[in-house]
Design a protein around this ligand. Structure first.
Ligand code: HEC
Length: 399
């Protein structure tokens, strides 16, 4: 029953999370497009009112006329539309999902038994949970400090972007050493997603509140608030494509099972940002297909680096192991989870739909070899302590 409830909570949280994220990212992409598509207003009276740009659009059977005021409009209406709940809902549901899915069973979802650092491989469950939380918080603190120190008055955008790029390579590297591959990709995505939500929560919305307050009091708003809001929201736009990729990565174990998974991850993050740049420029009226080509090249490079090595097992035993030997290993290491009615408390149904209770089921061996020998992803978190010798036996098994 416990496993069933976890599954239902997981589904409902994920449903809300995806809907909120679609709404938030959609709106964010829309506003970057709007800002970049603004053209000088035609009517002279608009110039006098302080309108700096406008965009005409047709959508859903109606015509829309957006105007942007750079200076305060003569009168600010009371029913301004604010955007923040989508960002907060996305973060809150995402964090809740992380708690339910990873932090509830950290010993096999977070702890990296293959970590090159012995202390990390030996973390207890709650230590791994604390480390994951520190990782998320640390990511935001470092990113925020980089912004404040390199660009206190919203200058040196290029240098800041470079610093954030270097930071993301370090995050990708550390995450894959400290946590299981699947959690590493997710946590790196979560570091970026946390920065995005925190940008909204700590800077963009408070800045806008100060601006509105000043305007209502008839004072000139601090221009830094507007500039900072813009800077952080531009960062958010470059984070969106990489974040979405990292969030869906957990369905693709080939992504995070490679030794150089951090390089693959960093290249894909850059690919996402570069492809986003193509669209940002396109909306501003500049067609620069070079960015698309560069993005595609980075993706090709990532999958070239991450391709599985063709070499077979290091020490193939003499002859192929028999059915009894293989069955015994699967029985001992897999069936507590991969059964119709799993004995493992965390599962109410066979994980990923795979059942290995009979020889006929075990015979779908390609998948087994891939998960056990190809990427060491199974047994999950090596919770059943499978030995290297046992992996070699599976590797040498052919039927
Ligand atoms: C602690 C529970 C647990 C144990 C033990 C375990 N698995 Fe899994 N297995 C899972 C879960 C959970 C998934 C789904 C993982 C995912 O979605 O990334 C899974 C997925 C799989 C998949 C599908 C992977 C994919 O990406 O489609 C295969 C194949 C697999 N396991 C084989 C094995 C084999 C072989 C063993 C024993 C050597 C084993 N598992 C032991 C929990 C377990």
């Amino acid at each position: 029953m416990y496993g069933y409830i976890v599954d239902v909570v997981n589904l409902l949280l994920r449903w809300l999370h995806v809907i909120a994220a679609i709404a938030w990212i959609g709106e964010s992409i829309y506003f970057v497009m709007l800002d970049n598509s603004l053209r000088k207003p035609k009517a002279a009276e608009d110039h006098e009112k302080g309108v700096s740009g406008e965009m005409w659009a047709v959508h859903g059977g109606g015509f829309y006329h957006n105007q942007k005021y750079t200076t305060a409009p003569a009168k600010l209406p009371n029913d301004l539309h604010w955007s923040f709940w989508k960002a907060y809902t996305t973060w809150l549901t995402g964090f809740a999902l992380f708690v339910v899915l990873y932090m509830a069973s950290p010993e096999f979802y977070l702890v990296n038994a293959n970590s090159p650092w012995a202390w990390a491989a030996e973390l207890s469950g709650w230590q791994a949970n604390l480390l994951a939380l520190a990782f998320l918080l640390g990511g935001w603190v470092v990113y925020n400090e980089l912004c404040k120190r390199i660009s206190p008055n919203m200058e040196r955008d290029g240098l800041l972007s470079l610093a954030v790029a270097v930071m993301m390579v370090i995050v990708a590297y550390l995450s894959t050493q400290l946590f299981t591959g699947r959690a590493a990709f997710l946590l790196t995505g979560a570091v970026m997603a946390t920065a995005m939500s925190a940008n909204v929560f700590f800077w963009i919305i408070p800045g806008q509140r100060r601006m509105v307050k000043a305007m209502k009091a008839g004072e000139a708003p601090n221009p830094l608030d507007g500039k900072r809001g813009k800077q952080r929201s531009v960062h958010n736009t470059y984070f969106t494509l990489p974040v979405v990729l990292l969030m869906i990565s957990n369905h693709y174990s080939f992504l995070y099972s490679h030794e150089l998974a951090w390089v693959v991850m960093a290249l894909l993050i850059f690919a996402g940002a570069v492809i986003r740049q193509f669209f940002v420029l396109m909306h501003a009226g500049h067609n620069k297909p070079g960015y698309l080509v560069a993005g595609a090249a980075l993706i090709v490079l990532a999958f070239w680096v991450g391709a599985p090595s063709a070499s077979g097992p290091a020490s193939a035993e003499a002859g192929s192991p028999g059915r009894e030997q293989v069955s015994a290993i699967i029985e001992q290491h897999c069936v507590q989870c991969h059964a119709r009615d799993p004995a493992h408390a965390g599962f109410s149904a066979p994980p990923a739909g795979h059942v290995f209770e009979s020889w006929d089921e075990i015979k779908q061996q390609r998948e087994i070899i891939q998960q056990v020998v190809g990427n060491h992803y199974m047994p999950l978190g090596n919770i059943t302590n499978m030995t290297a010798e046992e992996r070699d036996i599976i590797a040498a098994w052919e039927e």
